[in-house]
Design a protein around this ligand. Structure first.
Ligand SMILES: Cc1cc2nc3c(=O)[nH]c(=O)nc-3n(C[C@H](O)[C@H](O)[C@H](O)COP(=O)(O)O)c2cc1C
Length: 260
C-alpha cells in the first residue's frame, strides 16, 4: 500500500486511535480502585484537619491518616426524617453520592436555596473522641456556589451549636475569588461562631463585608471579597444542612436528650 495514499492515512489513523483508546480505557479501569482508595484517604484527612486532630503543616503517611482516623473518629448514620440514629443501614459502606441513585435511600429535597434537588434520607455524622469522650461532631455539607457544587465538612462542638471548624474539599469556584473558601485564614473566621439563636433558628451566615468578633457578632462570618455569589452559596448550604430538612432534627433531639 502506498504511504502517500489517503487509504493508508485512514487505516493508520484508525489503528492509532484504537490503540490509544484501549490504553486510556485500561488506565481508567485499572486505576479506578486506587482512585477510590485515595479519595477515601483524602476525605479522612480533611476530617482530621477540620477536627483539629491534625494541623495543616503536619505530614502524615497513608497509614498515619488511617490509624489516626480509626483511633479518634467514630461514624454513625442519622435519619433526616426522624432525627434519630439509623441502625438498619451499615455505616461503614454508606456513600451519600451513591445513595442518591437509590430510591430507597434518597428523597426529593424540600424547596431550598442550596441548589439541592435530591438528598439522601440518611446523613453521616463523625464523632471526634478525645480522652474517650465525644468532643466534636462533624457534618458533611454541600450545595451550589456560583459555578459549581461545593463539598465540605462543618465541625461543631459537643454543644451542637458552636462552630469548631469548616473545610471545603471539592469545588469549581474561581481561584482567588470563590476559591477562597479553601483559604485556612477565612475558615478560621468561623471558629467560635454560633449556629442557632435562643429560639433554635439557624442564624449562621456569611455576610457582605466584615463581621465582628465571634463574641460580639456570633452568627456572622466575613464575606469573600469579589465572591458574593459563592459566599451566598456557602450561607445557603450551611443553613440547609443545619435546618430541620437535614441535621436540624437530629441536633434538636440530642439537645433535648442532653447527650449525643
Ligand atoms: C472570570 C470571573 C470569575 C468569577 N468568579 C467568581 C466566583 O468564583 N465566585 C463569585 O462569587 N463571583 C465570581 N465572580 C464575580 C461575580 O461575577 C460577581 O461579580 C461577584 O459575585 C460580585 O461580588 P462582589 O459584590 O463581592 O464584588 C467572577 C467574575 C469573573 C469575571
Amino acid at each position: 500500500m502506498q504511504r502517500e495514499g489517503s487509504l493508508y492515512t485512514v487505516i493508520f489513523t484508525t489503528v492509532l486511535c484504537g490503540i490509544c483508546s484501549i490504553l486510556v480505557a485500561s488506565a481508567a479501569v485499572g486505576l479506578k480502585e486506587r482512585q477510590q482508595i485515595n479519595q477515601i484517604l483524602d476525605r479522612q484527612h480533611k476530617i482530621l484537619l477540620v477536627s483539629g486532630l491534625v494541623s495543616p503543616s503536619e505530614k502524615l503517611s497513608r497509614e498515619g491518616i488511617q490509624n489516626k482516623f480509626k483511633e479518634n473518629i467514630e461514624m454513625r448514620l442519622v435519619s433526616f426524617e426522624t432525627g434519630e440514629y439509623a441502625t438498619n443501614i451499615p455505616v461503614e459502606t454508606f456513600d451519600p453520592k451513591r445513595a442518591l441513585k437509590d430510591p430507597n435511600l434518597s428523597m426529593k429535597a424540600p424547596p431550598n436555596s442550596a441548589g439541592l434537588i435530591d438528598i439522601p434520607k440518611y446523613g453521616l455524622v463523625y464523632f471526634v473522641k478525645r480522652q474517650g469522650q465525644i468532643d466534636e461532631v462533624i457534618l458533611p455539607i454541600q450545595g451550589r456556589g456560583l459555578w459549581s457544587m461545593l463539598y465540605g465538612y462543618l465541625a461543631l462542638d459537643k454543644d451542637l451549636n458552636t462552630v469548631r471548624g469548616i473545610i471545603f474539599y471539592e469545588h469549581g469556584e474561581t481561584p482567588g475569588l470563590g476559591g477562597e473558601i479553601e483559604n485556612p485564614k477565612w475558615c478560621q473566621l468561623w471558629v467560635g461562631r454560633k449556629v442557632y439563636n435562643s429560639a433554635g433558628e439557624v442564624q449562621l451566615a456569611v455576610i457582605k463585608g466584615q463581621a465582628g468578633s465571634a463574641d460580639s457578632d456570633p452568627h456572622h462570618v466575613d464575606g469573600l471579597s469579589g465572591a458574593t455569589m459563592t459566599s451566598r452559596g456557602v450561607t445557603n448550604l450551611v443553613q440547609f444542612w443545619l435546618s430541620d430538612s437535614a441535621y436540624g432534627k437530629y441536633i434538636k433531639n440530642k439537645k433535648q436528650q442532653g447527650s449525643i
